[in-house]
Design a protein around this ligand. Structure first.
Ligand SMILES: Cc1cc2nc3c(=O)[nH]c(=O)nc-3n(C[C@H](O)[C@H](O)[C@H](O)COP(=O)(O)OP(=O)(O)OC[C@H]3O[C@@H](n4cnc5c(N)ncnc54)[C@H](O)[C@@H]3O)c2cc1C
Length: 264
């Protein structure tokens, strides 16, 4: 069970951060779905639901996604679909059920760098930029490499609009289970970007595979070779969903499929 000493709903991220930095045991609440799975007493719970962070906005070159945007909004938003096709929707539509997706927030998921995450892999392939309230801008790629957890609040995720095509792939034991492995590939200015996640570690780019595929013509053979290179360069672990060896084999297939699909 989770209990709160004090519970506040600040009206802005500035207000939220002021309270957050003052108390050692203060905790940010997004959708609250993950946090409630544990047993914990939280001194000060800072719920961001009224902080004005639930939006998907367009600028000339970018799409900005507020941290409190729910998975259901990512799944059904027309602006995202018009720029990224079904890729973002595909990365969230398998997660449990509509009721949960109506609550779960993208800010919590990205900030927490969950290893099992599907949308984090998708956003990594899209070369997302993060805006942290205190820390400012940082690429998702760099943020995922940081080992220490920051005491900060994620404000928004910024995506470049000029993506030619993007694809998300995953393998699951059943429709609503966590992915055994996921992969996402984007194409921008004829450059392919490959992300692999649920290894079960945090998503990462497959740098060697990207180097290979971006210097070769794309066909069935080179796409498969890129999958093999990704499987070779990345590390995989075992858990109840699948062994490291199985994940390695899946990596070859998912990366190849995603490359072929973005190249159609
Ligand atoms: C039953 C279940 C099944 C799931 N299955 C999948 C799955 O298959 N694939 C998948 O990708 N995900 C899955 N998830 C995870 C889900 O996608 C979210 O990552 C998770 O629920 C966190 O989102 P939340 O809004 O509930 O966060 P919360 O529980 O509110 O917060 C989680 C953490 O993030 C921190 N936090 C929240 N918002 C911010 C912010 N803006 N800035 C800084 N810190 C913040 C909180 O302090 C907390 O530490 C599942 C979750 C559940 C509960």
């Amino acid at each position: 069970m989770i209990t709160f000493g004090e519970y506040i709903k600040p009206k802005s991220i500035e207000e939220a951060y002021e309270s957050f930095k003052l108390k050692k045991n203060a905790t940010i609440i997004g959708g609250g779905c993950y946090i409630r799975l544990g047993n914990r007493r939280i001194g000060l719970a800072i719920d961001l639901c009224d902080a004005g962070l639930n939006y998907i906005n367009e600028t000339d070159d970018t799409i900005e996604i507020g941290a409190m945007t729910t998975f259901r909004e990512l799944e059904t938003n027309n602006l995202l679909a018009s720029h990224f096709g079904t890729m973002i929707s595909d990365s969230v539509k398998h997660i449990i059920g509509v009721q949960l997706r109506n609550i779960i927030t993208i800010g919590a998921t990205v900030f927490s760098k969950y290893g099992f995450s599907d949308p984090v892999t998708a956003f990594l392939a899209l070369d997302a930029e993060l805006v942290l309230y205190n820390g400012g801008e940082i690429s998702l790629e760099e943020y995922l490499k940081e080992e220490d957890r920051r005491k900060d609040i994620l404000e928004k995720i910024v995506l470049s609009k000029n993506i030619d095509k993007a694809v998300f792939q995953s393998m699951r034991n059943s429709q609503v289970d966590y992915a055994i492995l996921n992969a996402a590939v984007s194409k921008k200015d004829n450059k392919i970007r490959i992300a692999v996640g649920a290894r079960p570690r945090t998503a990462t780019l497959a740098y060697e595979a990207m180097k290979y595929i971006n210097s070769n013509e794309i066909n069935e053979e080179s796409a498969y070779r890129a999958g093999e290179i990704a499987a070779q360069e990345l590390t995989f672990g075992s858990n109840t969903r699948g062994s490291a060896e199985y994940r390695k084999e899946l990596c070859k297939v998912l990366v190849k499929r995603a490359i072929m699909e973005v190249s159609k």
